[in-house]
Design a protein around this ligand. Sequence first.
Ligand SMILES: Cc1cc2nc3c(=O)[nH]c(=O)nc-3n(C[C@H](O)[C@H](O)[C@H](O)COP(=O)(O)OP(=O)(O)OC[C@H]3O[C@@H](n4cnc5c(N)ncnc54)[C@H](O)[C@@H]3O)c2cc1C
Length: 422
Amino acid sequence: MPGNDFDVVVVGGGAAGVAAAKRLQQAAIRCLLVEARPRLGGRAWTVTDSKGFALDLGCGWLHSGDRNPWAGIAAASSLTIDKSPPPWSKPSLERGFPRADQAEFQRAIGAFFARLEAAAQTEPDVAAANFLDPDCRWNGLINSVGTYISGVDLDRLSVKDFDRYEDSGVNWRVVEGYGTLISGYGAALPVMLDCAVTGIDHGGKRLRVDTAQGAIAADQVIVTVPSAVIAAGGLAFTPALPRKIDAVRGLPLGLADKLFMTLDHAEEFDPDVRLFGRTDKKGTGAYQFRPLGRPLIEAYFGGGLAADLEAGDSRKNCEAAFFDFAVAELMGLLGNDFARRIKPNGLHCWGRDPFALGSYSSALPGFADCRATLAEPVDDRLFFAGEACSAHDFSTAHGGFLTGVAAAERVIGVRRKSAAKA
Ligand SMILES: Cc1cc2nc3c(=O)[nH]c(=O)nc-3n(C[C@H](O)[C@H](O)[C@H](O)COP(=O)(O)OP(=O)(O)OC[C@H]3O[C@@H](n4cnc5c(N)ncnc54)[C@H](O)[C@@H]3O)c2cc1C
């Protein structure tokens, strides 16, 4: 333990926690970042495969790249930003999905999003599924795309929350990995790894942070752990904070899991092109061929499908369940021989991960205002950050960054005020 008394403790070393601690460090505030895992980055996690490719098992896209603060940090860190267009901005592979059908699907999903936008301006806040056209043949695929965006099926998605998300439409990637970028940004911070925080007592003159390695005292604490971890009781507050608990219950983490596969004779496919496993029913994978030109397939599974695949495999790593599902879908489109060309190459089950309990937050119908409640400080001593606290950039790593910096700025303001009084 590098000491047990700090000005500020930041709990959780993902995008938000690293950004908060960095800002505090720049302001010469004595802070400690306490992280449960043996690494920084949280849901930003890059692993290297046997061929040396950096695989992002968590976030991969710098969404809103032209205003995403991580893009500037990547450039300053001499990392490589790839600006080639994302697969969802291009036509899909035509296997099982002819161009005319693709155009019809685009019109149907565009009309659905327009109905959501209109519905979000009215009361009450209801589930996005209410605005599917019952006669539309693309509802299953619209639901699947909804799960990739929000991590939940449309019957669990608040219309108002969905509408509040802001996206500049610019999407970039970091060739060395988004996880590499975020953990690298935290490299020089005072950090305690492998140290889960179990509780925060904010009843006394100073705050007490209880950890697996003992208690730490602080003037202020910034909590950045995922909303689902707080909702599950992974971090207890004394005195209790019922408003916060209600808020996190309204902001569960939806599920999205990525499976990487190696691909033999990859050159048959164009780089960064997408194929849906099925277009006629809900619960299908999206398969991105040759991400960044590499001989790989990056498959994406969301919502109920990802949850079922995680639940259906009792082994510690449920990669096999996802791989079997992917093989069946791809054989259906590309022929039985295709199975011989692919091998599993990496997956993380985010729903089973005790320090995430899901992939990214989305508000339940009727709970869109929970983000603002979660972001409110308590007595100007206990602060909250993390993607779930973001009003317009939730569910993203840049949303995490911005809330982390905002919480740190508030702490700096409070400390300046009390220093001026003293
Ligand atoms: C498969 C997948 C794909 C995604 N794709 C994208 C994408 O393309 N672009 C994008 O912008 N976003 C994407 N996201 C979402 C993005 O990864 C997250 O929104 C972002 O990383 C969240 O950052 P955070 O700091 O809010 O939370 P986290 O990264 O979860 O950080 C919270 C930290 O708290 C720690 N913690 C938890 N409990 C405790 C405890 N008790 N004590 C101490 N520490 C604790 C955790 O270990 C973690 O390090 C994706 C996520 C997943 C899973």
